[in-house]
Design a protein around this ligand. Structure first.
Ligand code: ATP
Length: 365
């Protein structure tokens, strides 16, 4: 029999694992269901990311966690306290949740330090200043304490917005497309910095984005939303290498699907040969011999090899600096994508050698 220490340990472990708990949440507007039966948990100190195409419902989900939308069904809990369920909505200002928005939303008439200290009512003036200065150091803006928002770049303004949201030590930080107003290069460096700052402050965070690269850089776990349903929740590695369906495979990362025939539950035949696959525990459709399937081939499954007997014709080539992304056509017309170091400069219509190195064979009915 478990003793009381074991029970207390498992209860506190449960609070860490299920720090933010979204359980079977459904939301609709005017009879139209926008989100249906969304369930996931975020561990204390983790960063989660809701990823999905425009209109899939990710902002609505974030807003419901913030307290700006009520839920029709299900339950949202934070640190074991109910925030929302049917007929109940804890007011946004009582949730102790910080928000970072796409458009920074800084107070234009306040300088950097005053923006950061603005919401710090429960700290003394001196404490608030110390806390703001500490955050200014963490966001790398020492020397700009007195700058006004219009004197800062977009990236700097977003750092200030992050510091302002972290200053009151929120229980949870929500970020709504925080980098989408920034240029591509800055997005990547800033998302790495923002992840470090959030991690250093040991804050639990949930971000919404439609950009998979941002999700990959930022998130411990990613939730892919497909038309109002959570298609998959898992690490970036799992979502990329073991996507649960063709939508997730297509949305997250590049790749193509080849036609395949199952020769048994674990062996699939394609124009490139036969492959053994692992049957995953999360598999939605069981497959059997004779089933027609689609086989996911990512660019990193194909290696360009001049000595290989298997060849494919170059159809398009995108120069990416260090690499070319080639689209190749096989003899039967099926296409592949391959990433090749850019000193391999091949012409359109040229036949180039390739070989396969597939770690995870992913097939869908
Ligand atoms: P985007 O990336 O374009 O912001 P999203 O995935 O965040 O998209 P949501 O903003 O959550 O999507 O919107 C999902 C759907 O819900 C859309 O069809 C939108 O029109 C609808 N919707 C959102 N808010 C409301 C509202 N207050 N009233 C009615 N419909 C709404």
């Amino acid at each position: 029999m478990p003793n009381s220490n074991d029970i207390m340990m498992s209860e506190s472990q449960d609070l860490i694992e299920n720090y933010l708990s979204v359980d079977n949440v459904s939301i609709g507007f005017e009879e139209r269901e926008i989100l249906s039966n969304i369930t996931f948990q975020l561990k204390r100190g983790d960063i989660g990311c809701l990823l999905g195409p425009s209109g899939c419902g990710k902002t609505t989900l974030l807003r419901s966690i913030a307290g700006f939308e009520s839920v029709d069904d299900g339950m949202i809990k934070l640190n074991n306290k109910a925030l929302s369920h049917q007929g109940y909505l804890l007011a946004a200002e009582q949730r102790n949740i910080g928000m970072v928005f796409q458009d920074y939303a800084l107070f234009s008439h306040l300088n950097v330090i005053d923006n950061i200290t603005f919401g710090l009512h429960r700290f003394s003036k001196a404490q608030a200043k110390t806390r703001a200065n500490d955050l200014i150091a963490r966001i790398g803006l020492v020397g700009k304490e007195l700058a006004m928002p219009h004197e800062l770049s977009g990236g700097e303004q977003q750092r200030v917005a992050l510091a302002r949201a972290l200053a009151p030590e929120p229980q949870l930080l929500l970020l709504d497309e925080p980098f989408s107003n920034l240029d591509v290069e800055l997005r990547e460096t800033l998302s790495r910095d923002v992840r470090d700052i959030i991690k250093q402050s040991n804050t639990t965070a949930l971000m919404v984005t439609h950009d998979q690269n941002e999700a990959f850089v930022m998130a411990d776990n990613i939730g892919v939303i497909q038309s109002g349903k959570l298609a998959q929740w898992g690490s970036a590695y799992t979502i990329y290498h073991e996507p649960i369906n063709a939508f997730v495979a297509d949305f997250v990362g590049q790749g193509v699907f080849l036609e395949g025939n199952m020769r048994s539950a674990s062996e699939v035949e394609t124009t490139l040969g036969c492959f053994e696959r692992e049957i995953s525990s999360t598999e939605q459709d069981s497959l059997e011999s004779g089933d027609k399937v689609k086989v996911l081939i990512r660019p990193d499954d194909i290696i360009h090899d001049d000595d290989s007997e298997l060849t494919a014709r170059v159809i398009t080539r995108d120069f990416r600096g260090a690499e070319f992304l080639y689209t190749l056509a096989l003899a039967n017309g099926e296409e592949l994508l391959v990433m090749v170091p850019s000193h391999h400069n091949h012409a359109i219509n040229e036949l180039i050698g390739i070989r396969l190195e597939i770690d995870h064979v992913v097939v869908f009915k």
